[in-house]
Design a protein around this ligand. Structure first.
Ligand code: BG6
Length: 465
């Protein structure tokens, strides 16, 4: 269904951290590359004014990607300012005036979820919701119950097609490439099932801690911060069936089917870790049991995937910053050559960051008399340059009303259903040393499937299967 393009960008949380790191740079890029020309109405509490907000926007651009003079000037020109408290109806009356003739405002809520209801109620009372759409940031709740509640609140005011839940992973070029590679080729499909695939694993490693976000992180932890959303989305793209077409709902229907097939996790399917020193981070409770590392084993009850284990590992303070996927294929049924050990001979490797790699692992014979070989990687794609920033893509799509890369309410709830039984302190948290690959208990989880593949960044496309 064709939807109208938004005609105003209303920006709640314009003075916050996310705005500074991501949103101003994305708006500048949209102005440069996409003829973005909408009024940008920043709403901020306390003692801000338009000049200060413009200064903040310029500082953000300087620090995150650089100023493009013409676009930055236009951004400052488009910027308007509404000062106010979210609890004060006058804030929203002022916003209504500032919106003027705009008929399809896009309300971007870069604010804590606890404020959503207050803000949306204020918008409604001041009649700022007609023809509007809303963009919300993760976390979409903190468990199944709160996710349902959040959806209920949003649905009181918006139709599902007007709600855009941002998961910035879905806006990443390599994540899009994963989907493209799977469904633009026919070569994977015959192999992409329990007959040929032994296991899949995804590692999201970060070689830094909570970077001053201790207070936020300690309320969330690795599972809520990156597994329920980013990692599950990548897993869904790797394992879902082909959508019937490219429409937002066709894509999202297939993802939903996939999430529905995932078994709810049991305590034995997860290992939680916390890096040594986390408790000293600013904003973290001194006796916190929150995980900074999680390793999970997942099963899907479908004809395609029955019996195939899927593993996800995500953590802070690991040796490298890298996100990659390793798909191990079953080995040949008989070993004719004695130089082949029991490790996976064939695999697909998708590196999503820092560089982008798609490769296929195989063995080839070494020249000479003996039938001896060595492993090679057939690199289909290797890209090192930075691509369109996820927020540029996603905000542009939201303005156009294209929901394809946004998460639907039913999938969000299904993902929580899978994780709900293991959230909180139900599973013990093990300490690990910063710079290690997490607690050793995580190794046992995957031992039967050939162990974790620890990403190595040099040379960039090598896998240690
Ligand atoms: C965010 C998490 O959603 O994703 C952070 O809150 C994490 O904790 C970040 O560091 C990782 O994103 P990227 O794009 O740097 O891989």
């Amino acid at each position: 269904m064709a939807t109208a393009k938004s005609d105003a960008f209303v920006f709640f949380g314009a003075t916050g951290d996310l705005a500074y790191k991501q949103i101003f740079p994305a708006l500048q890029a949209l102005i440069r590359n996409d003829h973005f020309d909408l009024p940008i109405i920043g709403i901020a509490r306390s003692d801000w004014n338009l000049e200060r907000l413009r200064e903040r926007a310029r500082a953000s651009l300087r620090e995150h990607g650089g100023i493009h003079e013409q676009a930055a000037r236009k951004l400052c020109r488009l910027l308007q300012f509404v000062n106010g408290d979210y609890n004060d109806p006058a804030t929203f009356t002022q916003l209504r005036k500032t919106l003027g003739e705009a008929k399809h405002p896009l309300h971007y809520l870069a604010i804590p979820p606890s404020m959503f209801e207050t803000v949306v109620n204020g918008l409604d009372a001041a009649e700022c919701l007609h023809g509007a759409r809303v963009v919300v940031e993760k976390p979409f709740g903190r468990d199944l119950k709160s996710a349902r509640e959040l959806n209920r609140v949003l649905h009181r005011f918006f139709r599902e097609q007007d709600i855009f839940r941002i998961d910035h992973y879905l806006g990443k070029e390599p994540v899009q490439n994963l989907q493209y590679f799977r469904f633009a080729n026919s070569l994977l499909e015959p192999l992409w099932n329990r007959d040929h695939i032994a296991s899949m694993q995804i590692t999201m490693a970060e070689n830094f801690g909570v970077q001053g976000r201790g207070k936020f992180y300690d309320e969330v932890g690795a599972i809520r911060d990156v597994v329920q959303n980013h990692m599950f989305q990548v897993l869904a793209l790797l394992t879902m069936g082909a959508p019937v077409n490219r429409s937002a709902d066709a894509m999202r229907d297939e993802k939903l089917r996939l999430f529905r097939s995932m078994r709810s996790l049991q305590p034995g399917d997860i290992v939680r870790g916390q890096f040594e020193g986390y408790l000293k981070e600013h904003g973290v409770a001194r006796d916190s049991k929150v995980e900074t590392f999680a390793a999970l084993r997942i099963h899907m009850d479908t004809w395609r995937w029955a019996g195939v284990p899927f593993f996800i590992r995500a953590g802070k303070e690991l040796p490298v910053k890298c996100t990659e996927v390793l798909v191990r294929l079953k080995n040949p049924p008989q070993q004719i050559f004695d130089d082949v050990d029991s490790s996976a001979v064939n695999f697909f490797h998708f590196r999503l960051s820092p560089d982008v790699v798609i490769s296929l692992g195989a063995r080839v014979k070494q020249p000479g008399e003996e039938m001896k070989g060595h492993p090679v990687e057939l690199v289909a794609h290797h890209d090192t340059h930075t691509e369109m920033a996820p927020y540029e893509r996603l905000l542009g799509d939201a303005i156009d009303g294209d929901s394809t890369l946004f998460t639907r309410d039913d999938s969000v709830e299904e993902a929580w259903r899978v994780l709900d039984p293991i959230l909180g302190d139900r599973v013990p948290v093990h300490k690990y040393k910063p710079g290690s690959w997490g607690p050793k208990q995580a190794d046992a989880l995957i031992a039967d499937a050939g162990g974790w593949n620890n990403p190595r960044l040099d040379p960039p496309h090598r896998v240690n299967t």
